[in-house]
Write a protein that binds this ligand. Structure first.
Ligand code: FMN
Length: 367
């Protein structure tokens, strides 16, 4: 083995640590913390848990930290303990989080969400069943009145006027996100939640202009994206998370995602965050390291828009290869970031990139 074979990557050869600029925002590296519900709120308010949880990952060197799925309406929460951004009281604790994340050199991002028919459920560790009204549960809404699980109560079908209200709720939430100091907004259009429920033929049985043909099923997502883009400053990036396939015959496909990505790019969406699944219980997902990376790669190449890869990305070398190969512009880590909040600092050490811990931690990272 020659010296060159064993030489660690330098900054120039570790693309994972090359900064990225989108609009007026520069990410110090390509590692983002994927949005992760913590089910730790009361009345939708962020708590000290979120400040410490998200703040730790910014301290750990992430280029971006995305706040969990945050409900744009109360009835859009997944569980009663989800984060909300549907009233002005929600802004103050979020402001603290965004400020702290930015102080640590990470980009502060927030995912705006509406759970639709997957709302009003117990927390995962409490079994995830529907919360009855007597215990604070609520009537869910959806494109069509079919429940996600056959045993669940049916959601109410949204009228066209209510669809316009949902779009307005995303806009109001975007304005609050700006007040709180976030630099990136991500629209959650994945995992079988409301916007994805419209996209997928498995959950959208409407016969009006929001259902049926592809152009109709994507209409609400385009409406939300263009209204949010108009409300969000031109200097700040806008992301959309898609489930790039339903993994079910007759469902939403990667070809649909490529076409939707093209349309979203034309509306000023800067990056597609490429996830999958969540629309149907019968989906068979071929879980394997980096199993969703091909979606990020296809959308980046075929729609000409920046992408994030997510899903079973767990090692520095794997993450670096994804960026180096041009499959994605960012990698997002969820569970690995829970296991190791310092993953970016450790990855920099492993790849021979400059390690930049908070100055107060410098003595722990002397090489
Ligand atoms: C605890 C937990 C909470 C999650 N909450 C969200 C969420 O709020 N929004 C979202 O889009 N995805 C959510 N996800 C999915 C992750 O963002 C990510 O896409 C998925 O876990 C795959 O990445 P991983 O293999 O790195 O964990 C969550 C995942 C976990 C483990």
């Amino acid at each position: 083995m020659t010296a060159t074979d064993t030489a660690p990557h330098t900054t120039a050869t570790a693309p994972l640590f090359a900064p990225l600029t989108i609009r007026g925002v520069t990410f110090r590296n390509r590692i983002g913390v994927s949005p992760m519900c913590q089910y730790a709120c009361h009345d939708g308010l962020a708590t000290d848990w979120h400040l410490v949880h998200l703040g730790s990952r910014a301290v750990g060197g992430a280029g971006m930290v995305i706040v969990e799925a945050t409900g744009v309406e109360h009835r859009g929460l997944i569980s009663p303990f989800d984060m909300g951004i549907y009233k002005d009281d929600h802004v103050e604790p979020l402001t603290r989080i965004a400020a702290f994340v930015k102080q640590q050199g990470a980009v502060a991002a927030i995912q705006l969400a509406h759970a639709g028919r997957k709302g009003s459920t117990r927390r995962p560790w409490e079994g995830g069943a529907v919360v009855p009204a007597a215990e604070g549960g609520w009537q869910t809404v959806a494109p069509s009145p079919m429940p996600f699980r056959p045993e669940d109560p049916p959601p109410a079908e949204l009228s066209q006027a209510e669809i316009r209200q949902v779009v307005d709720s995303f806009v109001a939430a975007t304005r609050r996100a700006q007040c709180a100091g976030f630099q990136v907004v991500e629209i959650h259009s994945a995992h079988g939640y409301l916007l994805h429920q419209f996209l997928s033929p498995l959950s959208n049985f409407r016969t009006d202009e929001y259902g049926g043909a592809f152009d109709n099923r994507i209409r609400i997502v385009l409406d939300v994206a263009s209204a949010v883009r108009a409300a969000w400053p031109d200097t700040l990036p806008l992301f959309v998370r898609l489930s790039c396939t339903d993994w079910v015959a007759g469902g939403w496909t990667i070809e649909d995602s490529v076409e939707l990505a093209r349309r979203l790019k034309a509306l000023g969406v800067d990056l597609i965050d490429c996830s999958s699944g969540g629309a149907a219980l019968q989906a068979k997902i071929p879980l394997a390291p980096g199993y969703q990376v091909p979606f990020a790669s296809a959308i980046r190449k075929e729609a000409g828009v920046s992408t994030a890869a997510v899903g079973l990305i767990t090692t520095p070398e794997q993450a670096n290869r994804i960026i180096e190969s041009g499959s994605a512009d960012l990698v997002l880590l969820a569970r690995e970031s829970l296991r190791d909040p310092y993953f970016p600092l450790h990855a920099a050490q492993a790849l021979g990139a400059p390690v930049q811990p908070p100055v107060r931690y410098g003595r722990a990272f002397v090489s």
